[in-house]
Write a protein that binds this ligand. Structure first.
Ligand SMILES: [Zn+2]
Length: 365
């Protein structure tokens, strides 16, 4: 199996188009056409992780954080990033990063954090606009079922916990084949009237190319009439952070103790407690301070994230508690998520989790 087959599964989970503009997710070293010998999943691709991949005969390292983030001007062994890249290239190791595109999915990085905390009624805290679109296409009645099925299979028609959602209106289409046309039905130079169905369905914008391709392939017409419409309502499964409810709620001290125990973090830095019970909780793995206003606006009692600066603790405004549980600690379950997704698809293939603790932060107790 080629590496590209593995990458297809990862890109189905987290399409690269969902990464933030500053990010560098995707294939960083190696060649997607290589035959894959094994996969090693990790949060960070460090020199130790590449050594482990070589030792375990895995020529694909799937990493949450991109080892090359802001560009390299020299490929000399002068820093850990360069050394890691040199080591990977020397040993034909492909490094693939699945970063903010995985942060921006309801079933991504934050899903695992929410699961560990036991949040229910989870939804995206800050849904991203422009992620949901609508396809409208016109199909002769006898082919409607085939075209609809093809579009569903390509990923359209999902709304929350429902799939295969569509709306179908019957009507009459007209067209006149011109010289050079090769019409499925009708005669050159004559207006044709054809009973058609108008199919409408929403789809994730990230999958537009393959959805349109599937529609064209299944459709009998030489020229397919269709509209791709932007929608103001965002895709409910795409965006930053997750908010959910604790059921039952608990006291702030008890919740902090639970976080410390669950995430095995050396220390939790937090803003002053409010004295109110914790019911609504927002989470964002890694640096999540950009979501503080959203969490406040969403009536959140407790915001669990990492990488907070001094002044950002003030932003809680005594209306909620902000807790910094550590960057690595918050995202530690991502490795298992990646492994599980790949094992589900390739149950007999070697997909391993790193045994290296890549957390660069230590706590002096
Ligand atoms: Zn991170």
């Amino acid at each position: 199996m080629q590496i590209v087959e593995i990458l297809k599964v990862l890109e189905e989970l987290a399409p690269p188009v969902l990464q933030e503009g500053y990010d560098n997710a995707g294939l960083i070293t190696g060649n997607a056409a290589w035959e894959c010998t094994g996969v090693l999943c990790t949060l960070d691709s460090t020199e130790d992780v590449i050594s482990e991949a070589i030792r375990k005969n895995c020529n694909l390292v799937v990493s949450h954080h991109p080892i090359v983030f802001s560009g390299l001007k020299k490929i000399t062994p002068s820093g850990y990033v360069q050394r890691t890249v040199i080591q990977a290239i020397k040993h034909d190791i492909a490094i693939y990063a699945i970063h903010t595109n995985l942060d921006n999915k309801l079933d991504g990085v934050n899903d695992r954090i929410a699961e560990q905390i036991g949040l229910v009624k989870r939804r995206v805290l800050d849904p991203r606009p422009g992620t949901l679109k609508k396809l409208v296409c016109f199909v002769p009645v006898d082919f409607a079922s085939k075209v609809r099925d093809a579009i569903f299979t390509a990923g359209a028609g999902g709304i929350g916990h429902y799939d295969e959602c569509s709306f179908n209106t019957s009507g009459v289409g007209t067209f006149r084949p011109l010289e050079g046309a090769n019409p499925f039905t009708g005669t050159t130079g004559k207006r044709q009237e054809e009973p058609e169905l108008k199919l409408e369905m929403v789809y994730p914008a990230a999958f537009e190319k393959r959805i349109v391709a599937a529609m064209r392939t299944a459709h009998p017409y030489e020229e397919v009439a269709f509209d791709l419409l932007p929608l103001a309502n965002p895709h409910p499964g795409i965006g930053a952070g997750i908010v959910g409810e604790l059921s039952p709620g608990m006291g702030e001290q008890e919740f902090l103790a639970t976080l410390k125990e669950t995430f095995q973090t050396g220390v939790i830095r937090h803003s002053p407690l409010t004295g109110r019970p914790v019911q609504r909780v927002a989470v964002c793995g890694g640096a999540g301070s950009f979501l503080i206003p959203k969490a406040l606006a969403g009536g959140v009692d407790f915001f669990v994230t990492a990488d907070l600066k001094y002044h950002e603790f003030f932003d809680a405004e005594d209306r909620m508690v902000i807790a910094d549980i550590g960057h690595f600690e918050s995202e530690q379950y991502t490795t298992a998520l990646l492994q599980e997704v790949l094992v589900r698809k390739f149950p007999t293939f070697a997909v391993l989790k790193t045994e290296v603790n890549t957390n660069p932060v230590r706590y002096f107790k």
